[in-house]
Design a protein around this ligand. Structure first.
Ligand code: HEM
Length: 80
């Protein structure tokens, strides 16, 4: 995990599915690329938006974090 690139919150925020083609979501400090998911098209997933850390919001989901298994881990979110 140490060899993954690190991204700031503002770099993540640009991958919200609106400003750039990439759709990224952070969960527990790790960033996943969900660009290929039809459920995250344009960055919106039900009432949730990509480009940010959605760790706390997963509590509202009808599924577990198993949903991230089939997506590529692309980076680590800087904590500052
Ligand atoms: C109101 C809250 C939410 C609802 C109703 C919802 C609903 C769903 C449903 C129905 C699926 C597809 C079936 C499944 O895999 O269980 C799904 C997949 C997924 N969800 Fe959520 N979800 C919610 C919140 C979230 C949050 C907060 C995250 C991120 C932390 C998230 C991440 C994902 C991912 C990555 C997938 C897999 C997409 C794919 O396989 O293409 N969901 N969600």
């Amino acid at each position: 995990m140490n060899d993954l690139p690190r991204y700031s919150k503002s770099q993540l925020a640009l991958r919200n599915g609106q400003d750039k083609p990439e759709v990224w979501v952070a969960y527990r400090g790790l960033i996943y690329d969900v660009s290929h998911s039809r459920l995250w098209k344009t960055g919106k997933h039900y009432e949730h938006w990509a480009g940010q850390d959605l760790t706390d919001e997963l509590l509202d989901a009808p599924h577990t974090d198993k949903v991230f298994d089939r997506f590529t881990l692309i980076g680590v979110l800087e904590s500052t």
